[in-house]
Design a protein around this ligand. Structure first.
Ligand code: PSU
Ligand code: MN
Length: 320
């Protein structure tokens, strides 16, 4: 049918063979219903099992309760998947030694038939291939502390500069250099806006990062207009909408900050570099805070997505 033909068109120009699209996602795209893309590195490398699995399922449920179809992106046996079945989600959540898949990892992982979780950059790229403009996650990658020397700058930032997808997140964790991250986003031509009644760029666990976002959208309607204007202008760059964590969460910020400093020092002493650095920091901060950072992350992820339910929810019940 027309939809299959257009899907073929959308995917056949890529280098990646065919994309496996969950029937619910296919159906939603064919009927112009809202689809929200979710990443999977947060599942494979960002959180331990079993919290990663319950988080992934709950977040999908929240997206559905808000009237959209959720489409978690992941790589299974060398094939890109958009929308995961329960057993696929479980496989990603439980398996050890999966690949953390950014843009640069994709060709290798596909050609070798490997499995992995897609980062913000890997996920944006797939979302764009599918023609889905909205992607929600927790924290994006950025310029690492000391990045002015190491040049450890996440591919998420260059992806935002080259791929027209709107990423909604809780900002950037202070495991990173937030000031330089914002500078780099400016260089990349990424439109960054804080969401709500503050211009402050949020630092995931905290409302305050000490840096202002260049722009601010007050509500969903303004955010949607901003996304629409990016898309209609035909810019090849994306948008970053930064939603601050719930107020009651912000308290634990100081403890977490201490743990972050220690984790960053340990990573330096151990010589941890490249793609291993972010997962190391996340895991270590969680250990040092006795699980508090993980608990906060999960609460925040859920809250962010629950932010404002639509007035006419289009409730979609689905199971595999
Ligand atoms: N920050 C988090 N949790 C995460 C990540 C970042 O708080 O799970 C993941 C995301 O998938 C992000 C990736 O795209 O790490 C960035 O990795 P790197 O810094 O190596 O680019
Ligand atoms: Mn890096």
């Amino acid at each position: 049918n027309d939809w299959e033909a257009s899907l073929h068109l959308r995917t056949s120009h890529g280098c990646c063979g065919d994309i496996k699209v969950h029937p619910y996602v296919k159906e939603a795209l064919a009927n112009g219903r809202p689809v929200v893309v979710l990443e999977s590195t947060i599942i494979t490398h960002g959180m331990p099992y079993p919290q990663n699995l319950s988080m992934a399922k709950e977040v999908e449920e929240i997206v559905r309760l808000n009237g959209s179809v959720s489409a978690t992106v992941g790589i299974l046996k060398g094939r890109i998947h958009v929308g995961l079945k329960n057993e696929e989600l479980e496989f990603l959540a439980k398996s050890k030694h999966l690949v953390k898949v950014s843009r640069r990892d994709l060709p290798y992982v596909l050609s070798k038939g490997l499995s992995g979780g897609t980062t913000v950059s890997g996920t944006m790229l797939v979302a764009h291939k599918m023609g889905i403009p909205v992607f929600v996650t927790g924290g994006i990658g950025g310029v690492h502390r000391g990045g002015e020397k190491t040049m450890d700058v996440s591919a998420d930032l260059t992806e935002l500069g080259r791929t027209p997808v709107a990423v909604v997140s809780a900002g950037v964790k202070s495991i990173l250099d937030i000031g330089r991250t914002l500078e780099y986003l400016e260089t990349q031509g990424v439109c960054v806006a804080s969401f709500g009644n503050s211009r402050e760029f949020p630092a995931f666990f905290s409302h305050q990062s000490g840096f202002q976002a260049p722009y601010q959208v007050q509500n969903e309607e303004e955010a949607a207009k901003l996304i629409a204007s990016t898309l209609t202008l035909g810019l090849s760059s994306g948008v970053l909408i930064a939603v601050p964590c719930p107020k009651e969460q912000a308290a634990s910020g100081e403890t977490i900050e201490k743990a972050i400093q220690q984790a960053v020092n340990e990573a330096g002493a151990k010589g941890i570099i490249g793609k291993e650095l972010t997962p190391f920091l996340l895991q270590r901060v969680n250990e040092l805070t006795h699980g508090k950072s993980l608990d906060s992350s999960i609460l925040l992820l859920k809250k962010e997505k629950r932010y404002n339910p639509p007035s006419h929810p289009n409730l979609i019940q689905y199971t595999d």
